[in-house]
Design a binder for this molecule. Structure first.
Ligand SMILES: NC(=O)c1ccc[n+]([C@@H]2O[C@H](COP(=O)([O-])OP(=O)(O)OC[C@H]3O[C@@H](n4cnc5c(N)ncnc54)[C@H](O)[C@@H]3O)[C@@H](O)[C@H]2O)c1
Length: 326
């Protein structure tokens, strides 16, 4: 064992597993696929391309253009696969506008992924929940036990969580749930009605526009770089201590939206002030992860906000600045 308590070498039988990612054309899915390929895994993925981009799927991924609600999904899975279920409708304001589609994708679609996994006899399912499950909590930093979902998006994730628990109970499936806080990094989805703050600020300033802050900018968020997330994803494949458990994945530090704005403006040498618009309803004033459960297994977030933002800006410099629609 390593000093941190992790097996020094990954379990060779698990190394042979093929990894299947739902939502592989999206932000986290495409980054995960890239990392897994670099680590020598065979990777397959599916996506209906509703929000993700085909061009983001790394070469080397066996891709299936498929909706997670498709009952034939189990046919693309193989016994011993490890499935990362990331596909979701996840823009909170879009989910508020269409709770029926939110439930169809995030609840029915998720149950279909679990059932397909059971039917195909996969080795393990790792699935994405969200810090939105803590929307109404007053406990900061927030441990995994503090469930207070409010929005339709959060409630849909809660339903997925309950189904996962039932699949685990009745079918003895190996499952791990991950509650991501605000994830950032290359390929973050900026095409939403309300784009995530970091990509929105960087893109707007790099293209000579004026970024928008909703509300006063005092809301605080726990941001985690996608590479740190992937470190934990890898551990979910190889460490059975993650089975049957849920983990917060944040950095354990939070920053106000204004802080982020100032850091991005400084990095880009911009003096453009942000435009302020009315606050978005239903958003938590503060998020901050209690990451002691993940830390206890030896995981640490390694990328500081300064490093993460600098590499994010570098990504847009190298790849060109896209156009924001909103
Ligand atoms: N990005 C974050 O900060 C964050 C925070 C908390 C939780 N999450 C969760 O992590 C997961 C991944 O998020 P992301 O940021 O990569 O989102 P994303 O929107 O970039 O990717 C989601 C992918 O799922 C696909 N998809 C949506 N509906 C589908 C369907 N019916 N069938 C097949 N594919 C479908 C989309 O086309 C997209 O490529 C989601 O479950 C999300 O709720 C993300």
């Amino acid at each position: 064992m390593s000093p941190a308590g992790w097996p020094a070498e990954p379990n060779p039988s698990v190394m042979k597993s093929r990894i299947v990612i739902t939502g592989v054309a999206g932000f986290i899915g495409s980054n995960l696929a890239e990392r897994l390929l670099a680590e020598g895994y065979e990777v397959a993925g599916l996506d209906n391309l509703a929000y993700g981009l085909r061009g983001q799927i790394p070469a080397g991924v066996k891709f299936f253009e498929l909706d997670i609600r498709d009952r034939q999904l189990w046919e693309v899975l193989q016994p011993d696969d490890v499935v990362f279920h990331l596909a979701a409708k996840n823009c909170i304001s879009d989910c508020q506008d269409d709770p029926v589609e939110t439930a169809a994708i995030n609840v029915t679609g998720t149950v279909n992924v679990f059932e397909a996994s059971r039917r195909a006899g996969v080795a393990k399912v790792v699935y994405a929940e969200s810090s939105a499950l803590y929307e109404g909590t007053a406990v900061i930093p927030t441990p995994e036990s503090e469930l207070h979902p409010q929005s339709f998006y959060a409630v849909s994730k809660l339903a997925g969580m309950a189904f996962a628990e039932a699949f685990r109970r009745y079918h003895k499936m190996r499952m791990t749930a991950l509650r991501y806080f605000c994830v950032y990094g290359p390929k973050q989805d900026y095409r939403r009605a309300i784009p995530p703050v970091m990509s929105a600020f960087i893109i707007r300033l790099m293209s000579g526009g004026q970024p928008v802050i909703y509300g006063t900018g005092e809301k605080r968020r726990d941001f985690i770089h996608v590479d740190d997330l992937n470190d934990f994803h890898l551990r979910c494949i190889t460490d059975s201590r993650t089975d049957g458990r849920v983990f917060n994945l944040g950095s354990g530090v939070n920053y106000s939206v204004k802080d982020i704005y100032q850091q991005v403006a400084k990095l880009l040498g911009s003096e453009t002030p942000p435009a302020y618009r009315p606050d978005l309803p239903g958003e938590a004033a503060e998020t901050l992860a209690d990451i002691s459960a993940a830390r206890a297994l030896g995981w640490r977030p390694k990328i500081t906000l300064e490093q993460g933002l600098a590499s994010f800006v570098g990504y847009y410099r190298a790849n060109g600045v896209p156009r924001l629609e909103n």
